[in-house]
Design a protein around this ligand. Structure first.
Ligand SMILES: *Cc1c(COP(=O)(O)O)cnc(C)c1O
Length: 401
């Protein structure tokens, strides 16, 4: 493979973000293909037995088995690392594989983790159910207030784990404050950056140690494949993460990696347009419903913080109607916007978290998280924004709003 378009970090590090998203990590084969090649292979062959031995000993560069390395997956990893400004990245099969690996690779029985209260349902399951099962203590805090992290620190606290903006209530975490607190206590921060992506927010610029992704969302961006990624220092990736992922196998399929590579080419364009449309739709809804939770709107209590640490606020936000019946009625009256629990798609999608994504979280925990019975979450897509507000207008009227 000819490695000239994306592998030389001394050149690619000077590229601006939109260029990195299109070109970063590209490694062309001897055919000189312009678009990244799709290497559907599980194994690799060697010219000589000695080459195999040298590769297994780590003395010869090259690939040995696609659970460990694959050229298409590696292109994606290098592109995401460049976008993130991270030394290294490893891709995983799903976002949850990324979150699980990012935590389990560094935690052992007796360690303590502090997690954000508002979180993707499965991330809460990791903190509330999985980690305690293995003797890892966890505390869940209101991550909007950095003081809650400080108050939760114990002598054996090893990791802070949170997302910002958080699913689905759009809580914003002060990255600089929480990461500085973690650093001063030798605690590793793991930030789930799925909602913003590196196109809008780069937590490492604020001191985060590890940034993990569901690439299923805005990185693919067209609702096609599941994928995940973990970014960190070369030391963290090589010495802490890789021993875990190489042996447990949450590996990304080369085909899905290729789809996400194509998605990244348009990430910057898509996420900026969807962010703009989401602000327009949020303003429209503010005049019709009791409450809109949108960090891009001045009515959000953390609007200034969101604008300070993000380039734009992304396609996703939430709003509240009276109760479950009105929320379900509104969903049923939509004609364009789909009822779907997915997010980060180029199509507009709406869901009722209390009865779908967060139905696995105990009702009392849901109430504490702010996931009420009248809460709806909207992913604003790439459709003409006037068609979206027309559809919402019709559905709101149908339920008396
Ligand atoms: C979707 C999502 C995940 C899980 O990602 P999958 O790709 O579905 O496994 C984790 N965190 C956040 C914030 C998400 O939105």
């Amino acid at each position: 493979m000819k490695r000239h378009t994306g592998q030389d970090r001394s050149i690619t590090e000077h590229w601006r973000p939109a260029t990195r998203a299109v070109r970063g990590g590209t490694a062309r084969s001897e055919w000189g293909e312009t678009s990244e090649a799709l290497f559907l292979t599980s194994g690799y062959s060697y010219d000589k037995a000695g080459d195999a031995a040298a590769r297994f000993a780590g003395e010869q560069a090259g690939m040995t088995y696609s659970r460990l390395q694959n050229p298409t997956v590696e292109m994606l990893e290098q592109r995401i690392a460049l976008l993130e400004g991270a030394q290294a990245c490893r891709a995983t099969a799903t976002g949850m594989a990324a979150m699980t690996a990012a935590l389990l690779c560094q935690l052992s029985a007796g360690d303590h983790l502090v997690g954000g209260r508002a979180a993707f349902g499965s991330c809460r399951w990791l903190t509330d159910t999985l980690l305690p099962r293995f003797g890892i203590e966890t505390t869940v805090v209101d991550a909007r207030d950095p003081a809650t992290f400080a108050a939760a620190i114990r002598p054996h606290t090893k990791v802070f784990f949170f997302e910002t903006p958080a699913n689905p209530t759009m809580d914003v975490v002060d990255l600089a404050a929480v990461c500085a607190l973690a650093k001063s206590h030798g605690i590793t921060t793991v930030v789930d950056n799925a909602f913003a992506t590196p196109a809008l927010q780069r937590p490492m610029e604020f001191g985060a140690d590890v940034v993990a992704y569901s690439a299923t969302k805005m990185m693919d961006g067209q609702g096609r494949v599941l994928a995940g990624a973990i970014c960190g220092t070369t030391d963290f990736i090589d010495n802490t993460l890789l021993p875990f992922t190489r042996n447990t196998g949450p590996t990304l399929s080369p085909f899905n990696a290729w789809v996400v590579l194509k998605g990244l080419e348009t990430l910057d364009l898509r996420i900026r347009r969807q962010s703009e449309s989401a602000v327009t739709v949020g303003r429209f809804l503010e005049a019709r419903v009791p409450r809109v939770l949108h960090p891009g709107l001045p009515s959000h209590p953390q609007h200034n913080l969101a604008m300070a640490q993000m380039d734009a606020t992304g396609p996703i936000f939430a709003f509240e109607v009276a109760d479950r019946a009105q929320a379900h009625g509104l969903l049923d009256a939509l004609e364009l916007i789909d009822i779907s629990n997915n997010i980060g798609d180029s199509r507009s999608l709406m869901t009722h978290p209390a009865s779908t994504t967060h139905s696995g979280v105990a009702a009392e925990q849901r109430a504490i998280m702010g996931v009420g019975e009248g809460l709806l979450r909207l992913n604003v897509g790439l459709e003409d924004v006037a068609d979206l507000t027309d559809d919402l207008d019709r559905a709101l009227t149908a339920v008396g709003l």
